[in-house]
Design a protein around this ligand. Structure first.
Ligand SMILES: [Zn+2]
Length: 168
């Protein structure tokens, strides 16, 4: 029998945009941490997406993906975070980012916090804040608080989505 009523189990805007951030994270080649970001205008249009990775032109095979040891031999001085990539990937007018929101699965580091602030983005929606007690994240929160950026931890009812790609 044909359905004539509106579906009731459709996903919310928040779930939709966070799912796109998570899907983007699946493109990351980082063996330890995969983060995705999705920038959305205040009228719920997707402006840009990004994930953490090597800078353009830096060979993925030669990139130092490790986290331990001498700083210059780790990923830290070189890696581009998801939020930064999402902001810089945007090919439209920078004015569009003013009053936009960014969905990111991990709470932003202090470097990305500064880039978010300077871009004009006004709201951060995140899933995990597992580094909440680090100096880095304390600085991020101070930056956001001082500069009037709101941040909100998203809670999800259903913690998994399955995508099916039928062959026919
Ligand atoms: Zn960052």
């Amino acid at each position: 029998m044909e359905n004539s009523q509106k579906r009731k189990d459709y996903i919310s805007w928040d779930e939709y945009f966070m799912a796109i951030a998570k899907l983007s994270a699946m493109r990351s080649k980082d063996p330890n941490t995969q983060v995705g970001a999705c920038i959305v205008s205040d009228d719920n249009r997707i402006l840009s997406i990004g994930y953490n990775g090597a800078p353009n032109g830096f060979n993925d095979e030669k990139f130092p993906w490790g986290r331990d040891g001498e700083n210059l031999k780790t990923k830290y001085p070189y890696v581009c975070h998801a939020e930064m990539n999402a902001i810089l990937n945007y090919r439209g007018s920078k004015k569009d980012l003013e009053s936009a929101k960014i969905y990111v699965d991990l709470f932003p580091c202090n470097e990305c916090a500064k880039i978010i602030i300077q871009s004009g983005i006004k709201k951060v929606i995140y899933l995990s804040d597992k580094y909440a007690n680090s100096d880095n994240n304390i600085a991020s929160r101070r930056l956001f608080d001082e500069c009037g950026i709101t941040y909100e931890k998203m809670t999800v009812d259903d913690n998994s989505f399955l995508l099916h790609f039928p062959n026919k």
